[in-house]
Design a protein around this ligand. Structure first.
Ligand code: ADP
Ligand code: MG
Length: 345
């Protein structure tokens, strides 16, 4: 689930303390072993589910964006159309899957023709760029409750294709593998901090980081190029440490991250160290790929990244039993204040 351009939009009035966290909830109530002999190659727990159908392997993923949780009321509908699909294509990229088609489900407080035209423009521009076709969905009116419009809710289920033997998953990292990330981390969180008034940025920097939050570019070409190369892969939607935690949990090996290597934009590097760490290690909404590759394949990773037109950075390696972030002199950084995003945490 995408992190949320959340807390900032959601305001301070969250639900009372819940017993279950987001992932505990899913594990306890919705995770079942795939039926033996059935078509499910991979079920709940990874960026995409994998289904073997007619000799081909399909990758499926669903993400929901809710007004007031993932985007602010009054958000630009064109950007919203882009982002709703982008977060799903990002999960396909994390599985190394090529986008094929998607379903679109909408709950809207009203039928606003201009809003819908703009939303559709953003949606189809990205869909066409990835040759991903809209094939269905559902549309319903969001009810008014106590004189308030119900929130706009956009749910997309996307379908891709990947050769079974080359599908990427969270679970394949091995001791000694290098840890890589694409692009730069933390700008989306910095944009949220700027919009909430926590930080002030020059107009140019505000526009650049705002673009990262509103129009993330799913790393589909990189995901395809990492087929057969990456031992594990995930997209960074909930913050580096949280998503690395999923790789660590499913792979059964820890990770050491070199903080000085974590790629950050000029705008983020100009901020106080504590804010840089919060944004780049726990910020969320980055939609970069975090992946592991055996250390002897560094040149191949560089070639794959060049071919995909996306910069990648080696930020650590898979080692030990838990996640450790170290500073420039190898000392462990206290990351306990940097909690990953959890919708119910
Ligand atoms: P992502 O961030 O890649 O979208 P998450 O980490 O949010 O995925 O979700 C973890 C796993 O739980 C994924 O495999 C997702 O498909 C699954 N999942 C999330 N919500 C549900 C649900 N309500 N029922 C079944 N599976 C779910
Ligand atoms: Mg994901």
């Amino acid at each position: 689930m995408p992190a949320r351009a959340a807390a900032a939009c959601a305001g301070a009035t969250g639900p009372p303390a819940a017993v279950l966290g987001e992932f505990e909830l899913i594990a306890r109530h919705f995770t079942r072993a795939p039926r033996a002999g059935g078509p499910v190659r991979q079920g709940v727990g990874d960026d995409c589910a994998l289904l073997d159908i007619g000799g081909r392997t399909l990758a499926l993923t669903a993400d929901l964006l809710v007004e007031g949780r993932h985007f602010a009321a009054g958000a630009d509908p064109q950007a919203l159309g882009h982002k709703a699909l982008a977060v799903n294509l990002s999960d396909l990229a994390a599985a190394g899957a090529a986008p094929v088609a998607f379903l679109l489900s909408l709950a809207l407080p009203r039928a606003d023709d201009a809003w819908l035209a703009s939303f559709a423009r953003g949606l189809f521009a990205l869909a066409d760029a990835h040759r991903c076709e809209l094939i269905g969905g559902d549309t319903t009116r969001a009810p008014r409750i106590a004189q308030h419009d119900g929130p706009i809710t956009v749910g997309i289920t996307a379908l891709g294709e990947v050769p079974a033997a080359e599908a990427l998953s969270r679970g394949g990292a091995r001791e000694g593998d290098d840890l890589w990330v694409s692009g730069e981390l933390g700008d989306a969180a910095l944009a949220l901090a700027q919009r909430s008034g926590e930080v002030t940025l020059a107009a140019g920097a505000a526009a650049r980081v705002g673009e990262r939050l509103d129009r993330p570019q799913p790393r589909v070409a990189l995901g395809l190029a990492l087929r057969g190369l990456a031992s594990a892969c995930i997209d960074v939607s909930d913050g580096l440490l949280g998503d690395l935690g999923h790789v660590v949990a499913r792979s059964g090996v820890g990770a050491q991250v070199a903080w000085t290597e974590v790629p950050r934009s000029t705008a983020l590097r100009a901020q106080p160290e504590a804010l840089q760490r919060r944004c780049a290690l726990a910020g969320g909404d980055d939609y970069e790929l975090l992946f592991t590759v055996p250390a002897q394949w560094r040149a191949e990773v560089a070639r794959a990244a060049r071919g995909a037109g996306v910069p990648v950075t080696r930020i650590g390696r898979m080692i030990g039993a838990r996640i450790e972030v170290v500073d420039g002199s190898g000392r462990a950084i206290d990351t306990s204040p940097l909690r990953p995003y959890d919708h119910f945490g």
